[in-house]
Design a protein around this ligand. Structure first.
Ligand SMILES: [Zn+2]
Length: 441
């Protein structure tokens, strides 16, 4: 993963977009020793361009963005390394434009301890790619009962707690979790699903599930938990974050809670912003996800909520599975799809179609998620460590199984051609992904 980082990197005539500083302009960028030293029109002087130490990239037609932050990835280590591991997961993240990735704790063993957290941090650090931020479990073994030692977890490096994969269904446990996490200023991330309402569910409950004869996962199972939790967040004053919002009802509840000033944030996945339950027709297991793909009305509500800030961030819910878990009967298939390498082209398509402004997408992938986990957000600022992403928004991107960095291939977009390619990514001042030369620039 360690690519060569030149002492002096120069990108000329590039369209730089960083909504955090209201920047959208054509300019030059100069990175020296891993830091952004000059940024502006004609910042790359003749002398800099001609320097023997400089690598100069012609940025015309390209986009320069702050690098991305993913709040929600399943990197499967420890325990399920045949699906993904830290190395392959971070390589996929780098290829997708990410400088920071949060790793969900539903591994084997569950990350509910200092030991697992420290091992993850050490391994990622050694690889030198994007920064890994572990998320610790809310309850021991994610069993929904006894709270984890959050002080220890935070001290070891976790940035949030979550029982993702499972919902904390007990109101009493959730209340105590919020109170406890608040003392350490840790956000509590909820996988909102009332399991009593989704037992045996295979897909979204609606006309399509009825026609296919599959047991449905009703929206209300999500809405009930989000409603209850926002009330608990209000009475505890804790920081509450909803993972992968999928229903229009949950959007309405979040909008109300935010209007009342409750400290709640939320994320949405690229697949819930772009795909519907109609994709499941034909029993395509690649489209089986949890929460399920819903209807166009939900997709529209999610886009609107992202646009107006009701939903803060875009998170991938990158959930790799091998063919063992996917090439089987629909009812037996594990839920989840990969997303780290696909998120940008999927979203650029929405921007191109006028569904979302580019600035909002960039914020939702960088500044907003960074704020949820209280890390310094990647930004295009002179003096800052370089954490940036260079993109060709018009280049075709074939979702080629041979070229994906992830160990898994579970996406319904396999073999499709999307538009928009990440060309170069810097994280922590180092180049972690570089296909500029391969693409003839
Ligand atoms: Zn989840």
């Amino acid at each position: 993963m360690k690519a060569g980082t030149p002492e002096l990197l120069v990108i000329t005539g590039v369209r730089a977009v960083d909504p955090a500083r209201e920047l959208d302009a054509e300019l030059d960028l100069v990175v020296e020793g891993g830091a952004i030293v000059r940024l502006g029109p004609a910042a790359a002087t003749e002398e800099i361009r001609r320097s023997e130490r400089a690598r100069v990239i012609d940025g015309r037609g390209l986009l320069l963005l702050p690098a991305f932050v993913d709040l929600h990835a399943h990197l499967r280590e420890p325990g399920h390394e045949y699906k993904e591991d830290i190395r392959s997961g971070l390589a996929a993240a780098a290829a997708g434009g990410f400088a920071h990735v949060c790793a969900m704790p539903n591994t084997r063993p569950v990350n509910d301890s200092r030991a697992v957290t420290e091992a993850l941090v050490a391994k990622a650090h050694e690889l030198g790619g994007p920064v890994l931020h572990p998320i610790g479990a809310i309850t021991v073994g994610q069993r929904g009962a006894e709270l984890t030692e959050m002080a220890d977890l935070k001290d070891a490096g976790v940035v949030a707690v979550s029982d993702d994969g499972r919902c904390v269904t007990s109101s009493a446990v959730m209340r105590r979790a919020l109170e406890y996490a608040r003392t350490f200023d840790l956000p509590v991330i909820q996988h909102a699903e009332d399991h009593a309402l989704t037992e045996g569910a295979q897909m979204h409950e609606g006309a399509v599930s009825t026609r296919m004869g599959l047991r449905g996962w009703p929206r209300v199972a999500e809405d009930i938990i989000v409603a209850r939790d926002t009330l608990l967040a209000e009475c505890t004053g804790a920081r509450y974050h909803v993972a992968h919002v999928s229903s229009r009802g949950a959007v309405r509840i979040l909008r109300d809670a935010k209007a009342r000033g409750v400290a709640v944030t939320a994320e949405v996945t690229p697949h819930h912003l772009t795909l519907t339950d109609a994709m499941v027709v034909g029993y395509n297991t690649a489209c089986k996800v949890n929460p399920p793909l819903r209807e166009q009305g939900d997709v529209d509500a999610l886009r609107e909520a992202l646009a107006d800030g009701t939903i803060d961030a875009i998170a991938t819910d990158h959930a790799p599975h091998s063919t063992l878990e996917k090439d089987c009967e629909f009812a037996e298939a594990s839920p989840g799809m990969i997303g780290l390498e696909l998120v940008l082209p999927m979203l650029l398509d929405l921007v191109r179609r006028g569904a979302l402004p580019l600035a909002r997408v960039v914020t939702a992938l960088s500044t907003a998620p960074a704020k949820v986990i209280s890390i310094d957000a990647p930004s295009l600022h002179e003096g800052k460590r370089a954490e940036l992403c260079l993109v060709d928004p018009e280049a075709p991107f074939v979702v080629d199984p041979a070229r994906l960095r992830s160990k898994s291939r579970n996406t319904p977009l396999l073999g499709k051609t999307l538009t928009g390619r990440v060309q170069l990514v810097m994280a922590g001042g180092r180049i972690v992904f570089d296909e500029v030369k391969a693409n003839g620039r």
